[in-house]
Design a protein. Structure first.
Length: 261
């Protein structure tokens, strides 16, 4: 009888130990997977933060490099609007929209220089001949002035337009460079936004996969625990059945011995 009890005890202990080992192993594996997931998520978070910080730093540097050009362009644009008469204020407001006129022609330095030099030459020639105020001298001076006006008008007009372009073109160039710089910053901002979106998407996917794997490991641990408990109970039940069978056999063997002897 004591043999049966010892076997039962041993069976129960063995079943308990087996179940305990199975539970411990399953929980240990699940814990290891959870720790690995936490570490992977921490690395993913740090990587995400560093990538976003780098993208932000690069964009800010781009702004720093482009800002002087944008500022100069904005100043040029404001001056251009003033000279074109598209803003208020300033003594020269709208001056670049002024048409070439006779007063501009007669005030042209080139025309005045040629006219003055020619008239002085006529006057010196007439004075040398003693006819400074003669009709011939006056007629010669008038003819020369008309000839110079005819010859110099186109040149004066071209110089007027050249001076106008010399004022206009640098302002247009600066204003255009500001527009180009603004476009570059817009493209950089779009690039940063796309990079940030990709970084966040990648981070979310990584964390999601890690959590899924951790969940699967935890579920596997639960299954392993359940299997260990089930296995332990099955082993204990089988041991109990075997113990009952051994007891029955022992009793049967004792009855036969009593009959024989």
């Amino acid at each position: 009888m004591s043999f049966g009890l010892s076997a039962a005890a041993v069976g129960l202990i063995g079943a308990g130990v087996g179940a305990g080992v199975g539970i411990y192993t399953s929980n240990k594996a699940a814990k290891a997977q959870q720790d690995a997931t936490n570490s992977a998520n921490a690395v993913a978070l740090q990587t995400k933060d560093e990538e976003l910080a780098l993208a932000r730093e690069m964009f800010n540097k781009n702004v720093e490099l482009q800002q002087p050009t944008i500022d100069a362009g904005n100043t040029a644009r404001n001056r251009l609007l003033q000279l074109l008469g598209l803003s208020t204020g300033g003594a020269d407001n709208g001056s670049l929209m002024k048409d070439f006129s006779a007063s501009d022609f007669t005030a042209d330095p080139g025309y005045q220089f040629r006219l003055d030099q020619g008239q002085q030459a006529i006057e010196r020639s007439a004075a040398a001949r003693g006819g400074l105020l003669s009709g011939a001298a006056i007629k010669a001076a008038n003819n020369y002035a008309q000839g110079q006006a005819s010859q110099e008008y186109q040149a004066a007009y071209d110089r007027f337009n050249t001076n106008r372009a010399n004022k206009l073109n640098p302002l247009l160039s600066l204003a255009g460079s500001a527009q180009t710089a603004s476009g570059a910053l817009g493209s950089a901002a779009t690039g940063v936004a796309n990079a940030g979106s990709n970084t966040l998407s990648g981070y979310g996917a990584t964390v999601g996969n890690n959590l899924t794997n951790a969940g699967n490991a935890r579920a596997s641990g639960y299954v392993g625990t359940a299997n260990a408990i089930t296995g332990g109970l099955t082993q204990a039940y089988n041991g109990y059945q075997q113990n009952q069978l051994l007891g029955l056999l022992n009793r049967s063997s004792g009855a036969v011995n009593n009959t024989l002897f």
